[in-house]
Structure formats: C-alpha cells, structure tokens
Ligand binder design. Structure first.
Ligand SMILES: Cc1ncc(COP(=O)(O)O)c(C=O)c1O
Length: 373
C-alpha cells in the first residue's frame, strides 16, 4: 500500500542538504555554540521578515509565551483571555506565571471568536492571547480594537502562522502575524512551517524594553556585556546551531509558502464538492492563509480519519480531547460548543513542501473513495 507521511524531514533535508551542511560545518569548525553571530543574523532576518524592530531567539514557542507574559508583568491576580481551541502551551504559560486563564470559544475558522471576547473581560483582565492557528491569522483588527477599548495587552501566539498577514486598515498595507501585539511568539518545532532540528522559538517585538528583558532573562538574567544580573532568569536561549539552520531555511520560506498555497488549491479544487467536508478556505480577502496545516472538518470524525490512516495516509487529529477536559489541568469548562464540534471533526491532511504531487493525488483519491466518489 502507498504510504503518505504527514511530514518528511529527511526528504526536506536532502532538498537543501548542501546549505544545511555548510551551516553545520561552519558552526562546528568555529566552535560557535552559544549566542554568536549565527543567532544574531537569524534574529535580524526574522525581525525583517516579520516587520518588527527586534527578534529574540528562545528555546521554544512555550518560552516565547512565558517570556512575553513576564515582560508584560503579568502574574498572580491577573486574568488572561485565551482560546479554548489551541495547543495547551498557550494556556500553560499563563498558569505558570501565576495568572488565571479565561477560555473563550473559537469561530468557524478555528481562531478566537471576537464576538465572545468582551463578555469574558473582567476588572482583572490584563491581556488577551489570540492564536493564529494553522497558518490563518485571528482577526487582529478586531482583537486590537477590543484590546484598546479595555486596555488589554495583546500577545500573539503566532507559533503556527509565520508568513501570514492581514491588511491593517490604518495603513492599507499588509501587516504580518506577530507584528501587531506587544510580542509575536514563534515556535521552530521541527514540523512548523519554519522548523529546526530540535526545539526552538523566538519573540518579535517593537518594544526595546521587552527585547532587552527577553535577552537578559533567556540567559539567567545576565547582561552578557557587564555580567550584571538583572533578575532571576531562565535558561532558554535559542541554540546557535539551530539558528544557523533556521537562517538557511528562512531564505526559502517565501517560495515554500507558495508551494503550500498550491497544494491547498489542489485540495480545494478536488474536494470542495463533498458536502460533509468543511475545507479551510475562508472568505476574508484581507487575510492571507499560509497553510502551516491543511485542517478540515469531516462530519464523520474518527471514521474519516481512521479510513485515511488505514489507507496509508498519516493525518493529525488535533485535538480530539480539548485541553480543558484534561482533569489535571484544573481548568474551567464554561461551555465551548464550537471547540467541542471541532474536536470531533478535525483532521489535518498531509501538507508540507517536500510532498510529491502524486502523493497529494493519492490523498485526494482516498478521501473521495471514503465518500463513494
Ligand atoms: C499554537 C501553539 N502555541 C504554542 C506552541 C508551543 O511551541 P513549542 O512546542 O515550540 O513550545 C505551539 C507548538 O507546538 C503551537 O502550535
């Protein structure tokens, strides 16, 4: 039986092997291991790509969220609004600074339902973390309006949406995900649109104080020039070696995004006549989907995803069990109907730059066969 992997990191490596190998040998031969030129170069290139003044490399997307909350001074007694449908780390970062997460349901596009944000605001609300899921931004125009009205700090969880954008009505120009809030939080987990070869993350920001705070705190609070400790910090610096790899891959990102869009268009063309599928194509020309994931909803839930797996196709079904239903997390389930429906129906089809068109055609054929077409 044909096998279609969800991602094939080895194949992607072979596509750009020469450049990755050169980056590796440069780091090894120079002994550039911690906080060296490769990290600075990647940070500059990432900031330029996102359109912010600064980028600070960290160890993971979780660290980016955690550091952002600390930089904003959020802690015990504060409430932070987060979506009910997201990766658990969005919420865990809030809990781990001692604040209280307040969950809000999402809309049909998997992102926070802006209509529901205001009813979750209380006098204790300090911040909101919109998550840009799967490569499609939350409606940041509305999030920023609401935040202004209630004096909330905005921290963007952009871990799944590097390269996506929305037109900013203030300028009429595209503004990238991660360039709207106090910080944009990034993950370079291997299977992300820009993935390293281990954990990695970053924040982007226009605020020099926030950038300085993160630069110090990622390295035990130390100012590396003076040796002065500016607080009790952490060890969560982006590896120099990872930065060198990410810098190579970042150069390819624009053309890789085009390839992803091409695959999404192919899925759309071949599957949009199937009434039991909701495909991830949304009617908002202001926003640009970069398809970190091609996440659809299938009425048949597990029967659909299991059929694909039985036919050799790796799919993701994140998340069949919403994070607030995990007892140990002790979170309040205020009733999130859209998140519940999504959790039953969600299925991400293979979407990556290394996949062959023949594999995409096979996925399409299996999906159509499931529906007897
Ligand atoms: C939406 C979202 N937030 C946060 C994270 C956390 O990133 P990391 O795994 O790098 O800590 C991820 C990725 O795993 C994510 O997808």
């Amino acid at each position: 039986m044909r096998k279609v992997r969800f991602v094939e990191p080895g194949k992607l490596y072979r596509m750009i092997k020469e450049e990755l190998d050169a980056a590796y040998f440069e780091v090894m031969e120079r002994g550039d291991l911690i906080d060296r030129g490769q990290l600075r170069s990647f940070e500059e290139n990432l900031a330029r790509f996102v359109g912010t003044k600064y980028a600070v490399g960290l160890n993971s997307g979780y660290d980016a969220l955690h550091m952002s909350l600390r930089a904003a001074g959020i802690g015990p007694g504060d409430e932070v609004i987060v979506p009910a449908h997201t990766f658990v780390a969005t919420c865990s970062a809030v809990v781990n600074v001692g604040a209280t997460p307040v969950l809000v349901d999402v809309g049909k596009d998997f992102n926070i339902a802006c209509d529901l944000i205001e009813e979750a605001v209380t006098p204790r609300t300090r911040a909101v973390i919109p998550v840009h899921l799967s490569g499609w931004m939350a409606d940041m125009v509305r999030v920023m309006e609401i935040a202004r009205r209630h004096d909330l700090i905005v921290i963007e969880d952009a871990c799944q949406s590097l390269g996506s954008s929305m037109i900013d009505p203030a300028t009429g120009e595209r503004r990238m995900a991660g360039a709207w809030g106090l910080t944009g939080c990034w993950s370079f987990y291997p299977f992300k649109i820009l993935g390293g070869y281990g954990d990695g993350g970053a924040i982007t920001t226009d605020d020099p104080e926030v950038a300085l705070f993160a630069r110090r705190m990622r390295y035990n609070g130390e100012d590396r020039e003076t040796g002065e400790y500016h607080g009790h910090g952490f060890t969560c610096l982006l590896d120099n070696l990872q930065a060198a790899f990410l810098d190579v891959k970042l150069r390819y990102l624009p053309r890789w995004i085009e390839r992803r869009k091409g695959i999404a268009a192919r899925y759309r063309e071949a599957l949009s006549d199937l009434p039991d599928l909701l495909l991830p194509h949304y009617d908002d020309p202001r926003r640009d989907h970069v398809y970190q994931n091609y996440t659809l909803r299938a009425k048949q839930g597990n029967d659909f995803s299991e059929y694909l797996k039985a036919n050799g196709i790796e799919v993701l079904t994140q998340f069949r069990k919403p994070y607030y239903r995990h007892e140990a997390l002790k979170l309040k389930d205020r009733g999130f109907p859209e998140t519940e429906a999504i959790s039953r129906e969600v299925c991400s089809l293979p979407m990556n730059v290394e996949i062959d068109d023949a594999d995409i055609d096979y996925v399409i054929a299996v999906v159509r066969r499931f529906y007897g077409r």
